[in-house]
Ligand binder design. Structure first.
Ligand code: ATP
Length: 256
């Protein structure tokens, strides 16, 4: 079943054609890799899927019948529809605890996370028991439970990246968009990240699209890969097909 269908999607910024006439379809449960050179339009594509930008033309249909990208939909509404994301540059609430960051991702997290931050009370005094417990289960799965009271900015870079994924999952998405999750990670962290993404797909019954420059991650965990170059979708195939594709080798892989 198609979870996302993108038709003739384009985005221009003045004279810059960031995304040009993209057509693609993604099936429920797939892990999709999105690759391409710097400036190829990958993040712009995520921004179109999450309501940060409205398209210049074209449309995005999510979950068979929700048109999410031709209307002036706000990002929070799209999160409610079941699409969550992480960012290329980590966007945690840096001065809040690890636990409060995850609580912010839950429906009630907004209210209670802010309350506990404002009144300097431990989150569990203010939050609902179930939400607190769910957050702890999530943090445990990400090996972050023993750091739940640490201030987020004091975490290692790899832990911050994983916390961002945990927070995105707290919104209970069906489609998870990860923007360069391995950026800045060491080989051990990257290996753990590969296992984590594969695991969360099963555990949360997710569809995942991951933008990544780390080719080992993309080739090992993605069933299909989309390749962007100058805003154009130049190839779409399995890792084996993409690695053999002359256009992809010329535009991207050859230079690696
Ligand atoms: P990278 O791998 O470096 O993150 P990318 O594939 O994600 O690159 P985008 O960030 O989507 O590429 O950028 C695509 C093009 O659109 C680039 O030429 C970029 O400068 C331009 N662009 C993106 N956002 C804007 C904006 N808000 N205003 C003007 N130009 C923009």
């Amino acid at each position: 079943m198609s979870v996302l269908k993108v038709s003739n999607l384009s985005k221009t910024f003045g004279g810059i054609r960031a995304v040009t006439d993209v057509n693609l379809s993604i099936e429920k449960g797939e892990i999709i890799g999105l690759i391409g050179p710097n400036g190829a339009g990958k993040t712009t594509f995520f921004n179109l899927l999450t309501g940060i930008y409205n398209p210049t033309s074209g449309e995005v249909v999510y979950d068979l019948n929700r048109i999410i990208s031709t209307r002036d939909l706000k990002p929070y509404k799209i999160t409610h529809y079941g699409i969550a994301r992480t960012f290329q540059n980590i966007r945690l609430f840096q001065n809040m605890s690890v636990l409060d960051n995850v609580l912010m991702g839950f429906h009630n997290g907004l209210k209670y996370g802010i309350a506990s931050a404002l009144f300097k009370l431990p989150s569990y005094y203010k939050t609902e028991k179930n939400t607190f417990e769910e957050a702890c289960v999530l943090l445990d799965k990400f090996n972050l439970l023993d750091k739940k009271d640490e201030i987020s900015k004091n975490l290692s870079y790899g832990d911050q990246r994983r916390l961002e994924i945990a927070r995105a999952l707290a919104a209970k998405p069906k489609l998870l968009l990860l923007d360069e999750p391995a950026a800045g990670m060491n080989p051990k962290e990257t290996k753990e990240l590969k296992e984590l993404i594969t695991w969360i797909r099963e555990a949360f019954e997710l569809t995942v699209i991951v933008i990544e420059h780390d080719m080992s991650l993309v080739m090992e965990i993605c069933e299909r890969i989309f390749v962007f170059d100058y805003g154009i979708l130049i190839a779409n195939g399995t890792p084996e097909e993409i690695q053999r594709d002359e256009r992809v080798i010329k535009a991207y892989l050859g230079g690696e």
